[in-house]
Write a protein that binds this ligand. Structure first.
Ligand SMILES: Nc1ncnc2c1ncn2[C@@H]1O[C@H](COP(=O)(O)OP(=O)(O)OP(=O)(O)O)[C@@H](O)[C@H]1O
Ligand SMILES: [Mg+2]
Length: 368
């Protein structure tokens, strides 16, 4: 089903979920698990292929990657999907959509709705036409709590709930989230927009078979043996986070002379360093973070009008005064995160390891 040999199939769980939908027992599920526990991997490599194989039309969408304009990005992705499965014609949207500079994340990058109010109307239209096809549709909505972080998305979330409720016989949804508080705000508080909408399920942890699978693949790939018991113990020590144990095994593949314990030690050191950088990053304001990214990719025109417009767009505000950018830069300097070269307007990140962390984790989106 997937070409990733390291992937440990969770087909059983996927079958169970699909069975619940097919029997009509439920039409929406909410999976909660902390970060890096394998939710996205499950959606993409188990749920999506199985549902497709069983004849469902499936759309995966990650709100985490969608940025500040999540509702637009989602609606555009949904429109694209509806066109693809033949529920609607793209011409229908032409008048509503304009091209913008820079663009938002997603399939239809560089497009935007003329009228933000139009977005929820369009959302309802699309889901209604998907349901009209009377063909089963599965929406995999990853990190959906991101939507609820922004008060401006309130109407949109309400519209989403209403239309999903209306068409729950044909349109099924799996929501996932890694923020317990965020999910609570969306699903379980009595005034939450999706209150009592979906069934809440804890995302099951991976068990020893997962570790046996990793050891087997390791053996196939390297002809070397891994001690399953020792690896299992380390997995438990690492709170059963699959991403960490995968990094550890990858490390062992690349460095044949390392013992399991040495590889674990190295990994723990990397994690400690990352934690420290995450703290620094999380302490920065949204604007400071955007500026750090710009500095890392050697953006020279930090203060130019064009750049400020781009920043404003990403922050979801109309404009960004020069003085605000200057003040954020001053703060970053005061915190000794950045320094400036004598040549005016040139900035650099003080700690080269932090710079490569931003590149690796923030810009290239590697696991953090
Ligand atoms: N079934 C699996 N088989 C093999 N590796 C897995 C599996 N599930 C997760 N992993 C490993 O764990 C990593 C993290 O998984 P994933 O990105 O799915 O987690 P997540 O719960 O979506 O995390 P986040 O909340 O950060 O998005 C994957 O990149 C992969 O290396
Ligand atoms: Mg994920």
């Amino acid at each position: 089903m997937t070409t990733d040999i390291w992937h440990y199939s969770r087909r059983g769980l996927a079958e169970q979920v699909l069975g619940m939908f097919e029997s009509g027992l439920s039409s929406a599920l909410v999976f909660f698990a902390p970060r890096r526990m394998g939710k996205t991997e499950f959606l993409l490599k188990d749920m999506q292929p199985l549902a497709k194989q069983e004849g469902w039309d499936v759309l995966y969408f990650s709100f985490l990657d969608a940025g500040a304009n999540a509702k637009q990005a989602f609606t555009l992705a949904l429109a694209d999907f509806a066109v693809e499965v033949g529920a609607i014609k793209w011409d229908k949207f032409h008048k509503q959509i304009k091209k913008i500079e820079g663009g938002i994340a997603g399939v239809r990058a560089g497009l935007e709705f003329h009228d933000p109010q139009q977005v929820q109307i369009t959302l309802k239209e699309i889901i209604t036409s998907l349901a009209k096809k009377q063909h089963r549709v599965l929406l995999l909505l990853d990190e959906v709590q991101v939507l609820a972080q922004d008060d401006r998305n309130k109407d949109f979330i309400a519209a989403l709930r209403t239309v999903l409720d209306m068409h729950k016989d044909f349109v099924k949804v799996i929501f996932t989230g890694s923020s317990q508080e965020g999910l609570r705000r969306m699903f379980s508080k009595s005034d939450a927009p999706f209150f009592h909408f979906g069934q809440n399920l804890p995302f099951p942890e991976l068990q020893k078979e997962f570790i046996e699978h990793l050891a087997q693949v390791f053996h196939k790939a390297t002809r070397r043996k891994l001690d399953v018991e020792e690896l299992w113990q380390i997995f438990i020590e690492m709170d059963k986070v699959p991403q960490l144990i995968r990094s550890l095994v990858e490390r062992l593949v690349l460095h044949p002379d390392l013992t399991l314990q040495q590889a674990k030690q190295q990994l723990l050191e990397v994690i400690a360093e990352d934690r420290q950088y995450i703290r620094v990053w999380d302490d920065c304001s949204v604007l400071e973070c955007l500026l750090l990214k710009a500095i890392v990719i050697s953006e020279r025109e930090l203060f130019s009008e064009a750049h400020r417009l781009r920043l404003a767009k990403e922050m979801g505000v109309d404009e960004l005064p020069l003085s605000t950018v200057q003040s954020a830069i001053r703060t970053l300097k005061r915190k000794e995160i950045i320094g400036s070269l004598p040549e005016r307007g040139l900035y650099y990140i003080e700690d080269p390891n932090f710079k490569s962390w931003i590149e690796r984790v923030i810009i290239n989106g590697e696991a953090r």
